[in-house]
Write a protein that binds this ligand. Structure first.
Ligand code: PBG
Length: 309
């Protein structure tokens, strides 16, 4: 009765990887229990997610061919676009969100197009807008730009509006830090930068007030939901941004957080279920209303069983 933090399964988002090829369900070595699926295998996974009581997924694409311009990110028959068409047909009841970024698609692994060794912000905006539009045209219910270029939320909003998708929401990875917690994801997606790092566009984790600037700018540009990422080491930002803005706040418990729990649990050093619950409740308690996690299926069950929420 007096419990202060209440959660609901409907606030969970499950991130999932889809790759070019056929008949593929391969486990990601640094993320035990998570898989890369080819488009034909994806519906089975989606059905499992829906059965577990999770209603939203976030799709990440792993293309067969990468190039300088990341052209498979916005190709009509790109991996995410094909996956969406198939998924919407086979498992129409799930809510489909797509990650909009270039790093999985560029040969150099950066989140935008390059001019020399620098990412060119404004040229990238055009490609990100094209990518978002192609996702929505293929059936995405919401797009989530994760590239951290300046002005991308506004650019995507204008493109979607001009093409008749005024109602499609944008969840912005607004507060995204340059973090070592993304390590296993970059393994999973083969998206580690081939030179340098992402510190010119992702945030320095010494900074707190800068996060506020990113968040407020994105709201002004039309973001419907703001995301903080990673979650575990950034709950102060979840708290501050949820107080400073009036849009829903999402937190992304990223691949490195998942891997730490899995590894320690495998060693028998922690109690996995309890840790998953505690991490989740802490995130909601800090002010998140939406939680992206590779543990979404487990959490849905824990909520169902009344262990948390
Ligand atoms: C794409 C993107 C990344 C993640 C989500 N979208 C990788 C990165 O920025 O390097 C990380 C998610 C995770 O670690 O689980 N830019």
């Amino acid at each position: 009765m007096v419990r202060e933090t209440r959660m609901d399964k409907s606030s969970l988002i499950y991130p999932i990887f889809v790759k070019d090829g056929k008949n593929i369900k391969e486990e990601i070595p640094s993320m035990e229990g998570q898989f890369r699926y080819s488009v034909d295998q994806l519906p089975y996974a989606l059905e499992e997610i829906a059965e577990a009581g999770v209603s939203s997924v976030m799709l990440f694409g792993i293309p067969e061919h990468k190039d300088e311009m990341g052209s498979q990110a916005y190709a009509e028959d790109g991996i995410v676009q094909r996956a969406l068409r198939e998924a919407k047909k086979q498992v129409p009841d799930l809510y489909y969100i797509t990650d909009v970024c270039m790093c999985e698609y560029t040969s150099h692994g950066h989140c935008g197009v390059l001019c020399g060794h620098e990412v060119e912000n404004d040229a990238t905006l055009e490609l990100l807008s094209k990518t978002a539009l192609s996702h929505v045209q293929a059936g995405a219910d919401m797009v989530a730009p994760s590239d951290m270029m300046d002005g991308r939320v506004g650019a995507i909003r204008r493109t979607l509006d001009a093409s008749g998708y005024k109602e499609t929401p944008i969840m912005s990875y607004a507060v995204k830090y340059a973090s070592a917690f993304y390590g296993p994801f970059r393994d999973a997606a083969g998206s580690a930068p081939s030179f340098g790092d992402r510190k010119s566009y992702q945030m320095d984790y010494h900074n707190r007030r800068e996060a506020m600037k990113e968040a407020l700018t994105d709201v002004e540009e039309g973001a419907d939901i703001l995301m903080v990422k990673p979650a575990l080491s950034y709950l102060d930002l979840v708290s501050e941004i949820s107080k400073a803005t009036c849009v829903p706040i999402a937190a992304y418990s990223v691949s490195g957080e998942y891997a730490m729990v899995k590894a320690a649990s495998k060693m028998g050093w922690i109690e996995e279920d309890k840790i998953i619950c505690e991490m989740a409740v802490g995130t909601y308690r800090a002010g998140a209303g939406i939680y992206l996690t590779y543990f979404a299926k487990e959490l849905a069950r824990f909520m169902e069983e009344g262990r948390i929420g």
